[in-house]
Write a protein that binds this ligand. Structure first.
Ligand SMILES: [Zn+2]
Length: 244
């Protein structure tokens, strides 16, 4: 049976001279791995080769037993074109797409996460500088973790529940414990990284991210990359663009 949805492409692989296997993130269906037969031909039902971050209306048939769905149409909309002109924003978007692929399962619907991803792509296509791009990436990464059910605890010590305050001598974040660790508890945690007060303030109150300086945002992004690396058991591919 053919199904219609709206989707963004997260990943593409060449399947043959003329076809691609694509990973799409769709509004109602969740993630879909599909073969797009003939997508690389000049004239096809896919508006040309499908690229990462291609967005539009899709028609596909869900697999019965085979692993791959079959994509029959992709009406690509000229969205997020500005992204191609800003390397920082483009790298942030590729990173978000990689993480979405890593943290979602095929045909597990995440409509709120799909909407958040579209909003992120819309917002980041309009930014002019690294700092704002990084701010949007951090907020999206935290939304992703919350939507897939692993929201980190960032307003209190994950061990003793003491509320985070500026009076903490030191603040640590532990990936294994999935949250902040207060100075009274940090001896018990081997797996942890230290955060500056500025970074911890931003994580405890996300409204501060839009006003934070680039140095603080870089620190937060490094902490998130440490966390994603632990969760994925390998560094994300796009991490190297952010670890300078
Ligand atoms: Zn504690």
């Amino acid at each position: 049976m053919l199904k219609k949805d709206k989707a963004v492409c997260l990943r593409t692989t060449d399947y043959s001279e003329t076809s691609q296997v694509v990973t799409l993130f769709a509004s109602h269906s969740g993630k879909i791995s599909a073969i797009a037969k003939g997508s690389k031909r000049p004239k096809s039902a896919f508006d040309g080769p499908i690229e990462v971050l291609s967005f539009g209306d899709i028609i596909y048939s869900a697999p019965r037993s085979a692993k791959l769905a079959t994509l029959t149409e992709f009406n690509q909309k000229p969205a997020f074109l500005q992204l191609r002109k800003n390397l920082a924003a483009l790298n942030c978007s590729f990173f978000a797409a990689e993480l979405l692929d890593a943290f979602t399962q095929d045909f597990d619907p995440h409509t709120a996460l799909f909407d958040a991803f579209l909003q992120f792509l819309t917002d980041i296509s309009l930014v002019q500088d690294n700092r704002n791009a990084l701010g949007f990436l951090i907020l999206f990464q935290l939304t992703l973790l919350a939507e897939v059910g692993t929201k980190p605890v960032l307003t209190e010590c994950v061990n003793c529940n003491a509320s985070f305050t500026d009076k903490w001598r030191e603040v640590h974040f532990s990936s294994l414990a999935n949250g902040l660790i207060c100075p009274d508890c940090d001896q018990a945690f081997v797996d942890k990284i230290r955060l500056t007060k500025n970074a911890a303030d931003c994580l405890a109150d996300l409204k501060l991210i839009s006003k934070a300086n680039e140095k603080t945002l870089n620190e937060i992004e490094k902490a998130l990359i440490y966390h994603f690396t632990e969760l994925m058991h390998r560094p994300p591919k796009m991490a190297k663009s952010f670890l300078k």
